[in-house]
Design a protein around this ligand. Sequence first.
Ligand SMILES: [Zn+2]
Ligand SMILES: [Zn+2]
Length: 268
Amino acid sequence: MGWVFQGNPKTFDIDDYLSRYPELIYWRTPRYAADIAIGDRAFLWRAGKKSGAIAIGVVVESPTPASRVQHPEALGDDLWIAERPDPAENKTGIRIEELRISPSEMAPRNLVKADSLLATTTLITMPNGTVFRLSAQETEALEKLWGFSSALVGASSASEGERKLRAHYVRERSPRLRADKVAAFRSEHGHLRCEICGHTEVGMYPPPFGDKMFEVHHRAPLAKTTEPIRTTLADLAVLCANCHRSVHSTKAVEDNYKCLVSHFAERS
Ligand SMILES: [Zn+2]
Ligand SMILES: [Zn+2]
């Protein structure tokens, strides 16, 4: 059995939520609370203009009132746009295995609609809802459209370290988080500057290109994030592309970071 959890970007900022919590998220579950079980396949579906499946995962916490979930810090309650979250409302905990927020990577609605089996599901025929049930066959069809290879068995078999690294990259590649961090850094320091080597956006390259080589790096140590944590701007560092690449050149990301910082500190 599988489930599709739908979110409307008009009422909840899904993209921001998923990039801040790329490992574990909670979804509103007004229906099927008694049927959704740990281990079930879960898809996240974005409604609206860019509609389609944007994440694949697995249920790790069966529907529980929001006030009693295991990781309340990951509820994303601050991201509701109009309504206030209700603490009595059931939430399902979903471990994200793969995230494809960008419209070019997701499984768009028209692709799902073109599938003869999936075209008859309520997800397509009666799309106003939050949770949709899929039969085993329908689940398999959607996994196939997603490009989920059963040989890989998703990330359920991936090591903890691999999952964390992937979550790390999701945070760093979020255009939203990068834009917010860049704006905050500029307003504090006046211009962008690599926090390792000191390279600045002014001088070397002319204006439209100056900021293009800056990326954000997620500082939280990979090994220690056993709990889902909200990514705040303070967790992100502004780095030039060269330094960022060097930091990620081996798995010892934190050691590389420290080593490079002290290297440039000695030179100055
Ligand atoms: Zn640098
Ligand atoms: Zn990084």
